[in-house]
Ligand binder design. Structure first.
Ligand code: ZN
Length: 315
């Protein structure tokens, strides 16, 4: 999961020396958001160093891009939790998006657009699935093929390694490397990096007693492992890092760039302004969280309302 408990948020806040920034906050504007609405933990060892995505000149070409954050798809009611959805809910989301003119794009499409090497459709949307649950293969993959849509699946390298040793292709909790390879090859799914082994209580954040340099070395070594394994399995290295638990360590951006990772996804809620010629706008991108029982239409309505309010506030 990408973090789901206020308690967890508080524990993380106590464990780190940085500032806690919650959902609905805009860290670039010095607004930490409302802790009461905090659905994900955001921890920094200092202030972030990317620009405010809402400040773009009128002459620049830009596109509003919602990114939806999904997790598990399951038929088992007991496993649904807060963020799990049923296969039927998933299918209904895809039907809604198609009927309402959205076109699913991948992270490489956003990267190409920013680099001036490609265009985006009129209503682009990115569907992201965190943690590499086997339901990505069992339920999501066939649905994407059925509707001709695309999604981004971000795996935790260690989970994939461990699941590759288990028997039973459909009975595993997480994806194995064969499934990862098959999904990437067919073109409906793009595999991204959700760390190798940083999906524990502190995510990929800096530890309190760790220097920035020590943190960067640890962070680099972990991410590089998943980069190499995905490249080896599929022929393509991930272009995007998804921060586990949404915990963003001070100095992490430098490491991502060193690894040639061109985008990162946070758990800040909101809609992104993707601007041609502005590669920094692809880091710490916001997402709209898809919870169980809350259809994607509601998720998008809430996210667009927030964007409208933010635009009004920054005008
Ligand atoms: Zn996660």
């Amino acid at each position: 999961m990408c973090g789901n408990l206020v308690l967890l948020t508080l524990l993380i806040a106590q464990a780190f020396s940085g500032t806690v920034v919650c959902a609905a906050g805009n860290p670039a504007k010095g607004n930490p958001g409302n802790p009461q609405n905090c659905s994900e933990a955001m921890v920094f060892g200092g202030s972030p160093d990317w620009p405010d995505p809402l400040i773009v000149s009128a002459a620049q070409e830009k596109v509003e891009v919602p990114i939806i954050m999904y997790h598990l798809i399951t038929k088992n009611q007991q496993n649904l939790g807060k963020y799990g959805i049923t296969p039927k809910e998933m299918e209904n989301d895809l039907i809604y998006l198609k009927d309402n003119g959205y076109e699913t794009v991948l992270m490489r499409d956003l990267i190409n657009y920013v680099r001036g090497e490609g265009e985006l459709p009129e209503k682009p949307i990115v569907l992201t699935f965190d943690d590499g649950n086997s339901s990505d293969y069992v339920y999501l993959f066939p649905l994407l093929k059925k509707y001709g849509m695309k999604a981004v699946c971000s795996i935790v390298g260690k989970f994939t390694d461990e699941n590759s040793k288990l028997d039973g292709r459909y009975g595993k909790p997480n994806l194995d490397w064969e499934q990862v390879k098959e999904m990437q090859r067919e073109g409906f799914i793009e595999i991204q990096n959700h760390s190798y082994d940083m999906h524990g209580w502190n995510g990929s954040g800096k530890l309190k007693n760790e220097s920035v340099e020590e943190y960067q070395a640890r962070f680099y070594a972990d991410l590089e492992k998943t980069q190499a394994k995905v490249r080896e399995a599929t022929g393509l290295a991930p272009t995007t890092f998804v921060y586990p638990l949404g915990v963003i360590g001070k100095g992490s951006l430098e490491v991502l760039k060193k690894l040639e990772i061109q985008a990162s996804l946070s758990c800040w809620e909101g809609i992104n302004i993707v601007t041609k010629g502005e590669p920094e706008c692809l880091y710490a991108m916001r997402r709209a969280i898809r919870k169980g029982g809350q259809p994607v239409s509601d998720v998008l309505t809430g996210a667009y309302l927030r964007l409208k309010q933010e635009k009004a506030n920054s005008a």
